[in-house]
Design a protein around this ligand. Structure first.
Ligand SMILES: [Fe+2]
Length: 335
């Protein structure tokens, strides 16, 4: 595809000269005689590769045109080169501050004009190709990151014969509580990840204990209770995301300080872990077990109310209660 250029200059001689240079070089050009024409010409359908803009024009000068062009998102990345008469250091400085890519002095030598225009177009193209590539790679990486975490969470859930999709439900409930609590979208994503990984320590617990349907012995119960610390150890290895272990380590802490593994109390427990704790308990009650189906919604609600302020942070318990009350058809449960 031919390069596309727009030249704006009130001096017809100068326009003619530019046209001759670019026509000969096979560059597609639009030649405009005023700033107003330039502003009106960009309707967003055709984006030029470069704009050559005269500074001194009657009515609307080059600075004003540049300002208007830069405020158009479609044109923001198009390099604008100012055409200046002889020595005009003041204009050049002001132009650079306003976002001009370069200057070309008039009267211009055909060969230099062409060479500089081509260099700038090439440079800008490289720059935008690189930016696009980085964006695509970053998006791909973050998708892969989510998928790896989801796969890890699914492998935890697969160990337990009776809790299907526990991790992803806890993650979804946690995200919703966080959203209602006013967290940013970015924080919501973080808490979703931590929700997915909260039980990752169960990987280190024998299947026989996890899947035991009869009463656990004290020793077995003690083994189960190691899963938050084991999970935190596993996630600590992901050094670039140090906060990832927060949910895993502290989701069994209680607001009154009677939880485990560290017996943290109230605000000592990271907020994210307090959110996951409510979501985790809610899912335990609303999912099916080997020995029972999910509990009736009334009972679940009463249990959240009963444990509000003892097991759960009252603030997040209240959000959970609102979610329950809005869930008229009791859809928020394991099916
Ligand atoms: Fe757990």
């Amino acid at each position: 595809m031919a390069d596309r250029i727009v030249v704006v200059d009130d001096d017809q001689m100068s326009l003619k000269l530019a046209k001759r240079v670019f026509d000969r070089a096979g560059i597609e050009g639009t030649y405009l005689g005023s700033g107003e024409e330039a502003v009106a010409c960009f309707d967003g359908t055709v984006i030029p590769d470069l704009i050559l803009l005269d500074i001194h024009m009657p009515d609307m000068d080059g600075f004003e045109v540049l300002k208007r062009l830069k405020s158009n998102p479609a044109l923001r990345n198009v390099p604008v080169v100012f055409l200046t008469g002889d020595e005009d250091v003041k204009s050049e400085t002001a132009g650079l501050h306003a976002g001009a890519a370069d200057f070309i002095r008039k009267p211009f030598a055909a060969e230099i004009l062409l060479k500089r225009v081509r260099n700038l177009i090439e440079l800008n193209r490289l720059h935008s190709d690189m930016a696009n590539e980085i964006r695509a790679k970053t998006e791909k990486l973050s998708r892969a990151y989510i998928q790896i975490v989801e796969a890890l969470a699914a492998s935890v859930d697969a160990k337990d014969r009776y809790t299907h999709g526990h991790s992803s439900r806890v993650a979804a409930y946690s995200r919703e509580i966080a959203r209602r609590a006013g967290y940013s979208a970015e924080d919501e994503d973080r808490i979703y990840m931590m929700g997915l990984l909260h039980d990752v320590g169960k990987i280190g617990i024998q299947d026989a204990i996890i899947n035991k349907t009869s009463r656990l012995s004290d020793e077995e119960y003690a083994v189960i209770r190691t899963h938050p610390a084991v999970g935190a150890e596993i996630l600590k290895k992901i050094e670039d995301l140090p906060e990832l272990m927060t949910g895993a380590r502290w989701h069994h802490e209680r607001y009154d300080g009677c939880g485990y593994p560290d017996g943290l109390k109230g605000e000592e427990i990271p907020e994210i872990a307090r959110i996951i704790a409510v979501a985790d308990a809610y899912d335990a009650m609303t999912s099916n077990r080997s020995y029972r189906g999910h509990l009736p919604q009334e009972k679940v609600r009463a249990e959240i109310v009963r444990c509000r302020g003892t097991q759960f942070d009252p603030r997040f318990a209240d959000i959970m209660l609102t979610m329950i009350d809005e869930d008229r058809d009791y859809l928020m449960k394991e099916i």
